[in-house]
Design a protein around this ligand. Sequence first.
Ligand SMILES: [Zn+2]
Length: 126
Amino acid sequence: MKPKSNSHEPSTTAAVEDVLNKLFLQAKTQFGNAIQSFWFYDGDLCPGCMQRSIKAIKFKGQDALSLNAFIYREGGVLIGYFLCEDCAKYIFRAARMNHYIQTPLHATIEKNLIAAYSSQPPKHLI
Ligand SMILES: [Zn+2]
């Protein structure tokens, strides 16, 4: 992945790529051929609200980016993405109250990510 000129520091980008590579390998192990490739959403706007920009958020006293991923089965692709602070907090709270349940926000995020994925050539990290 070629980092765009955005707020991510090079070290952060490398750390993120490391996490993403692990996620990809983990998903590949779990889902096998259902996942053919990996794509990372690096748009400027949060795919949850499409309004706020994505930046580091405070998580348990440390800077953290809300790294997430979901499997777009029809495309055979694992899509990684960040959320803005508000959406990340919403998802985080929902997950704490009801583990692994899909919220309406998840559906919105997935719709926006699939649209973004379909509208530009895939970028393969691996
Ligand atoms: Zn958002």
